[in-house]
Design a protein around this ligand. Structure first.
Ligand code: 13P
Ligand code: SF4
Length: 306
């Protein structure tokens, strides 16, 4: 570690204590951010941790919807996102107007939104889900038809595992990082590592999901790889998870499906920006109360189910 990084680390530690702050990081964050965080996890575990903490300040090292979710369920805490440009493109693919059009078209349907969505759209959902619990959430709906968005690949994953009729909204909502992973990429990795199991995220395309030994959220991947008898794994999700897997399960081997599996937004948080965020208390994430009130209900409903 460089002298500059060492100085940043000690400053972050000092500020964290001084401000009674907690640093929450997603599994895709850079290694140095994972190392300094109080807690590193998937979207579901991060929102549970954000609800439980008694810290005054929550610094969310992740993307916009994660910080918004923490702010919505913690109206009395200051929630900071170290870089405002860390936006999830998938979350931007569904507008409230489009969601309302679908609700009008299918008035009898329940609405389940992936946590990777805007606060405005969450306000119109009956329940939120993450990649760790979509089937449980969809099955908890009273209606036989469920409007589900914004990820059409996750919608496919759910539709294969429930009797409910799933209506994806929007028609073409995807994660650019996961959606680009092709069957060819996966086949090449499998040829290279013939003894490895394939573990993929449900944001990958259906054809890739069908090739996998296991489909899981990022935290589900850690659990699966730890418990499996296999010694080697090809991982089909954003490559930041490889660091977490190697640190947590050093006795096993992990390989990436493709070097293109990088989410630029997740990589925007650096030690420098984290230090500045704590020092200047920026960027404060605030959700208008009329939206937060409704979105809170749909997030809390998921947390109760979890
Ligand atoms: P997880 O909740 O599985 O960590 O996924 C979040 C995400 O953004 C996946 O791209
Ligand atoms: Fe959004 Fe995809 Fe990045 Fe996850 S990996 S934050 S879904 S763009």
């Amino acid at each position: 570690m460089s002298k500059n990084s060492r100085e940043l680390v000690s400053e972050i530690n000092r500020l964290r204590e001084e401000k009674n702050a907690i640093i929450l990081a997603h599994n895709y964050q850079r290694p140095e951010i994972q190392d300094i965080a109080d807690f590193v996890a998937d979207s579901l575990a991060l929102s549970i941790k954000a609800r439980e903490t008694d810290a005054d300040v929550i610094v969310l090292c992740g993307v916009d919807f994660m910080a918004e979710t923490a702010a919505i369920i913690n109206p009395d805490k200051r929630v900071l996102l170290p870089d405002l440009s860390a936006k999830c493109p998938m979350a931007m693919m569904l507008s409230s107007d489009e969601l309302l059009r679908y609700k009008e078209k299918y008035p009898e349907a329940g609405v389940v939104l992936y946590i990777n969505s805007s606060a405005e759209t969450k306000a119109y959902a009956d329940c939120i889900c993450t990649s760790a619990n979509p089937i449980k959430v969809v099955n908890s709906m009273d209606s036989d038809t469920v409007i589900f968005g914004p990820d059409r690949n996750l919608a496919y994953y759910v539709s294969e595992r429930t009797d409910k009729r799933i209506i994806p909204v929007p028609e073409h909502g995807i994660c650019p990082t996961h959606h680009q992973l092709s069957m060819d990429d996966v086949a090449t990795a499998m040829k290279r590592y013939p003894n490895a199991e394939l573990v993929v995220h449900p944001e990958t395309i259906p054809e890739v999901q069908e090739m996998a030994n296991e489909i899981a959220s990022t935290e589900g991947m850690v659990r699966y790889c730890r418990d499996s008898d296999a010694r080697e794994f090809i991982i089909g999700t954003e490559n930041g998870i490889l660091y977490k897997l190697k640190v947590n399960i050093p006795e096993k081997k992990f390989y990436s499906c493709s070097e293109l599996m990088i989410c630029p937004s997740m990589k925007m948080i650096t030690l420098q920006k984290l230090r500045d965020s704590l020092l200047e208390e920026r960027y404060l994430i605030e959700v208008p109360e009329n939206i937060a009130l409704k979105a809170r209900r749909s997030i809390e409903r998921m947390l109760e189910l979890s």
